[in-house]
Design a protein around this ligand. Structure first.
Ligand code: ARG
Length: 464
């Protein structure tokens, strides 16, 4: 018999039974559900809504069920529909009549809101820990590579030299923001909805604060209708997770590029790469590619839930049962990705010589030659033009700017109006050194090794 079967003459159609049952996925919420029920039962007893003895019986029964689920002694039943009714049915089977008192002053509508809020809070914290591990790894590698020179890109064309440490700290900033977004989402998830009943509140004198305290919630919800129909906290989590994935995906794309033979900036560890079934020479960055792909999944989860919620009238509608699979998939995907990304990153070998060579060959010091001319008194616009001409000359004779003799620099640029002789001296070569170029960019946020070391310190403080 269904827990809600009283007013029905016929049993549920088998297809419908199958269609609306959620136990196959919401069984995952058994612990949150039972902890919520224990807190509810204890409060019912304390407030005299049921007797203390009845409350004790309920709690013992629920604890027994929790233990048995954890030791895999229980199989859920599809007929009992969802996790809430599975547990209640088991409780009644085990402790008899008293079990039927558990649902006093409660609805599955506020119950499922409670369970999922506990779940999201826990998963936010797990995700934050994974982000911290990743940030720590990034900071460690950034510190080791505060002076490692590589090309920086715009339009994926070599732009200016940067330090690898600086590049990695860019991701530290992203992941710190992600961490903050999750912390922010946590605050709004940390609200206890039980007591909202089906939608309008409850006629029993429930002590909502007591339940919130036992379950470690920061506050109780202020509107029963909102309490049972709000899924913002899940959407916020998935939005934050989508940004984590977007950042991971950009990083993965760079790893894929860097591992490519044309770049050859890194070597992925064998244990984080895979081969080809036909081409014996292949070593592929599959892990990074798969993560780039999984980003789409998490965006999909976010879109699914936004779309489920769109246009729903207040309050609870069964549509909302569709929230869980998207939420679970988003949680699992982002956590799995973080879990594998961090050790993959930690085991990368950076080919510093190759990175440096690439920066050198790409005229990444051209801006600095222009800046040199400006320091000698030329206007920046003229200097930009002159250096452009010099680069063009270099390309024609396969030379680097620093390989030109002073004489060549002075004469390569022919223009009646601009006399550049007076602007170029021997000290130009020092300005062109990549070490000089990066060291000059030492203002806050710059790529200079000193600045990177300072930012590493700040990030280590943040990690504490
Ligand atoms: N399994 C349901 C869900 O996930 C629980 C709430 C059901 N409430 C109801 N009145 N049908 O949303």
């Amino acid at each position: 018999m269904k827990l809600w079967g009283g007013r029905f003459q016929k049993s549920t159609n088998q297809l419908v039974e199958d269609f609306h049952s959620s136990i196959s996925f919401d069984g995952r919420l058994y612990r949150q559900d039972i902890l919520g029920s224990i807190a509810h039962a204890r409060m019912l007893g304390e407030e005299g809504i049921i007797t203390i003895e009845e409350a004790a019986q309920l709690i013992i029964g629920l604890e027994g069920i929790l233990k048995d689920i954890e030791t895999e002694k229980i199989e859920f039943s599809m007929e009992a529909e969802d996790i809430h009714m599975n547990i209640e049915t088991l409780l009644i089977e085990r402790i008899g009549q008293t079990g039927k008192k558990l649902h006093t002053g409660r609805s599955r509508n506020d119950q499922v809101a409670l369970d999922t809020r506990i779940f999201v809070k826990e998963e936010i914290q797990k995700t934050q820990l994974l982000l911290k591990d990743l940030i720590k790894t990034l900071v460690d590698i950034a510190e080791e590579n505060a002076e490692t020179i590589m090309p920086g890109y715009t339009h994926l064309q070599i732009a200016q030299p940067i330090t690898l440490g600086h590049h990695l700290l860019a991701y530290v900033e992203m992941f710190k923001r992600d961490y903050g977004r999750l912390a922010d989402c946590y605050k709004r998830t940390d609200i206890m909805p039980l007591g909202a009943g089906a939608l309008a509140g409850t006629s029993y004198p429930l002590n909502r604060q007591r339940v919130a305290d036992e379950l470690g919630f920061g506050g109780v919800s202020k509107n029963s209708m909102d309490s049972v129909s709000d899924r913002d906290y899940m959407i916020e989590f998935l939005a934050a997770a989508s940004l984590v994935m977007m950042h991971l995906s950009r990083f993965c794309e760079e790893i894929i590029l860097w591992a490519n033979q044309e770049f050859a900036f890194i070597e992925l560890d064998d244990s984080y790469s895979t081969g080809s079934s036909i081409m014996p020479q292949k070593k592929n960055p599959d892990v990074a590619e798969l993560m780039r792909g999984k980003t789409g999944r998490v965006y999909g989860d976010l879109m699914a839930l936004l779309t489920v919620m769109k246009g729903l009238p207040l309050t609870y509608n069964k549509d909302m049962q569709e929230d869980k699979e998207a939420l679970f998939d988003g949680v699992d995907t982002v956590q799995k990705c973080l879990l594998v990304f961090t050790p993959m990153l930690a085991t990368i070998t950076f080919k510093k010589d190759k990175m440096r060579l690439s920066a050198q060959k790409g005229f990444s010091n051209a801006t600095d030659l222009a800046d040199y001319l400006v320091r000698q008194g030329m206007s920046f616009r003229d200097a930009h033009h002159v250096v452009g001409k010099l680069v063009s000359y270099c390309i024609s004779c396969s030379k680097l700017l620093e390989e030109l003799s002073i004489e060549e620099m002075r004469t390569a640029y022919e223009d009646g109006e601009l006399q550049i002789q007076e602007y170029i001296n021997e000290d130009v070569y020092d300005s062109l050194k990549l070490e000089t170029v990066v060291a000059r960019r030492s203002t806050i946020g710059g790529t200079a090794p000193n600045r990177v070391k300072e930012e590493v310190k700040q990030s280590r403080n943040w990690l504490k």
